[in-house]
Ligand binder design. Sequence first.
Ligand code: DP6
Length: 356
Amino acid sequence: MSNSTEMPSNPIKAGWESPSNIALIKYWGKHGKQLPRNSSVSFTLSTAATRTFVTIKDENRTGKVELDFIFNGKENQAFSTRVEKFLNSICDEYFTFLKKYSIHIDTSNSFPHSSGIASSASGMSALALCLCDIENQLNDKTNFDENFYLKASEVSRLGSGSACRSIYPEVAVWGHHEDIPGSSDEYAIGIGHQIHPVFKSFHDDILIISAGEKSVSSTAGHNLMEGNPFAPVRYQQANQRMKSLITALKQGNISDFGKIAEDEAMTLHALMMCSDPSYILMEEGTLSVIRKIKKFREQTSIPVFFTLDAGPNVHVLYPDEVENQVNSFIQDELKPYCNEGRIIRDKVGTGPEKIS
Ligand code: DP6
């Protein structure tokens, strides 16, 4: 994909807001340069998002990336080091301008950093979109065509695998799957246009069970899959479930959708428990909430389901038409399990937006 070398006479700035996403079929296991062991599919969210501005200005003669990084209005050494390492890793192949100018990044999250919500998907996708936008400006291009988004997705993936799916509205697939035309291990594609309308207004209320730092990072968890004896079977299962879930998403089959989403959450955490060393990221509250959701569904027949990411927080998934009943249930029965009663009420969203 194209690389740019033009010299800007003035500072060039780009700003994008990009959302988080929640995987329904999980990416868990990777190889090579952030390539997935199986394909995954996610809902793009709308409330949990990152806003990032990137400015390139004075000439830089140091031969490496020169970064000045602000997170939520303040310097943040840990994030700055991670981003600088990432930019150094992509500059030669993707954006040569990164070594030629000093880079200023100003980024902030719409959700509190201490909420236990992963910000790498929204953060890396917002950054990748800004870099592609600056490249466009350097090349006097004004359109955001398919290749723009493909490159943004590919670059996001190199920052954090799941981030590549946040580039697209509604529903995105990452990882080659024989039944999904255009799917690739290198970048995600949007499949929102193929999805039944009932899923386009689906809710995802994120119950913050614990806001603490995870004991095992996702990256370490992916690496542990390489020695997990169940891994080959898991990758086959994921591909099979992809097929069934895509069918359910197209047909608007909420009960099939919910069963697969819940099975995936349980499988993800089972894989953690049978890694070597084994570990548990669920908390007591996670299990209590899962039991309550299943019981409520059995007793009322209201279609409400859960999924989990690589942590203790529970994502409560349900269609728009049962919003009021589910909201009362969450307030009355699930909120007591949340850290300081925290819940992020999110929904399927329309994807990243340029900030003008
Ligand atoms: C459980 O994308 O955070 O949320 O590629 O190492 O940055 P890295 O990992 P990351 O892993 C996400 C794992 C997951 C499932 C998913 O989002 O598909």
